[in-house]
Write a protein that binds this ligand. Structure first.
Ligand SMILES: Cc1cc2nc3c(=O)[nH]c(=O)nc-3n(C[C@H](O)[C@H](O)[C@H](O)COP(=O)(O)OP(=O)(O)OC[C@H]3O[C@@H](n4cnc5c(N)ncnc54)[C@H](O)[C@@H]3O)c2cc1C
Length: 312
């Protein structure tokens, strides 16, 4: 397709919207495949291993386990081979892949090598950078010393979409994981390859790209909603056809590549100037030390944030 089509949207179903990190575009798109008997390959959290893994979903219940952004690099494990096996066993069916830009490119290459690319629909997710899975797993194990973890939510919208908070339940009681989110957004834990990411562009090789429609309150104040809005970029004809099918389930506005701009649609996130210091301290003093030292809100950090907010 010559020009990328840009939409701001959110699912009409408020329950789905509440549990989705943005506006629920992932659920709306994957519904089409699952309702047709096709498969969806997407990432979900494993509480035993404290890691995020790709799994094949054949039902909405299985797919729903992938709701929400997991801020850590996810593992493909054997899922690509399982997807290939499933496609061979079900020659009439198609498969939707949802993952980060790098993962979508790798998966598509694998499917091309196996002659299956025509049956694959790809959705990639705008990405600030994937944080180290080692740091999350160590932090989770440290939290778990005081009780079993459940209901992990890196983007809990109880305080609103733009002011979302990170939470997890320990022995059924909600606790904050704000420190973990802080070391991620402060760019200490993003993997080195992400700082050189070639997929941080407006034009992509996937069918559809989804993310958050940040700053929508400025470009479309009458459409903004603190429960979340998805940004959808459509790159191919079949992406457009599919999106036409789900329009009736969405609140929707057309937009453009200027209004939806965010940094990672142009370039990769830069590493923190003191990233090396974080990792040196982690190796020397361990996870609890770096969480406390780099993840806590200090007076200096609060002042810096206030000044940043005042700047145009
Ligand atoms: C590490 C990371 C960084 C992100 N950075 C940005 C950003 O800078 N700007 C922006 O606009 N959006 C970013 N997003 C995307 C955004 O947070 C939402 O995931 C996206 O908009 C989809 O939300 P949704 O409401 O449509 O559905 P949701 O139900 O929230 O969708 C979840 C989808 O994300 C997938 N997913 C979750 N975690 C992972 C993971 N670790 N690896 C691979 N797939 C995963 C799930 O499999 C599912 O497909 C990021 C997401 C992740 C995981």
């Amino acid at each position: 397709m010559e020009n990328t089509l840009v939409y701001a949207c959110r699912v009409k179903d408020r329950e789905i919207l509440q549990r989705s990190s943005s506006g629920g575009a992932f659920t709306a798109i994957s519904d089409v495949f699952l309702e047709r008997g096709d498969a969806v390959l997407c990432a979900r959290y494993n509480y035993e291993e404290h890691r995020t893994e790709f799994k094949l979903a054949l039902t909405k219940e299985e797919r729903d386990a992938s709701s929400g952004s997991m801020y850590m690099q996810s593992y493909a494990l054997d899922s690509w081979k399982e997807a290939l096996y499933w496609l061979k066993q079900n020659p009439e069916r198609k498969l939707m892949f949802a993952g980060l830009g790098c993962q979508a490119a790798g998966f598509m290459q694998f499917m091309k090598m196996n002659g299956m690319s025509g049956r694959i629909f790809t959705v990639d997710i705008i990405c600030h950078g994937a944080p180290s899975p080692l740091i999350w797993a160590e932090y989770a194990r440290s939290l778990e010393k005081e009780g079993k973890l459940s209901d992990l939510n890196f983007r809990n919208k109880k305080t609103g979409w733009s002011k979302s908070v990170g939470t997890v339940k320990r022995n059924g009681e909600e606790i904050s994981i704000a420190k973990y989110r802080r070391i991620y957004t402060d760019r200490y834990t993003i993997r080195p390859s992400c700082h050189l990411c070639p997929y941080t562009r407006m034009d992509r090789d996937t069918d559809i790209t989804i993310g958050d429609f940040w700053h929508i309150e400025k470009s479309m104040p009458d459409f903004a909603d603190e429960i979340g809005t998805s940004l959808v970029l459509i790159h191919t004809e079949r992406g457009k056809e599919l999106f036409d099918e789900i329009k009736e389930n969405l609140e929707l506005r057309e937009s453009n590549t200027t209004d939806c701009w965010q940094l990672n649609l142009q370039e990769p996130t830069k590493p923190s100037e003191i990233r090396h210091k974080f990792w040196r301290d982690y190796r020397k003093h361990g996870i609890d030390h770096v969480m406390e030292h780099y993840g806590s809100v200090t007076f200096l950090r609060r002042a810096k944030r206030k000044i940043q907010k005042m700047l145009p």
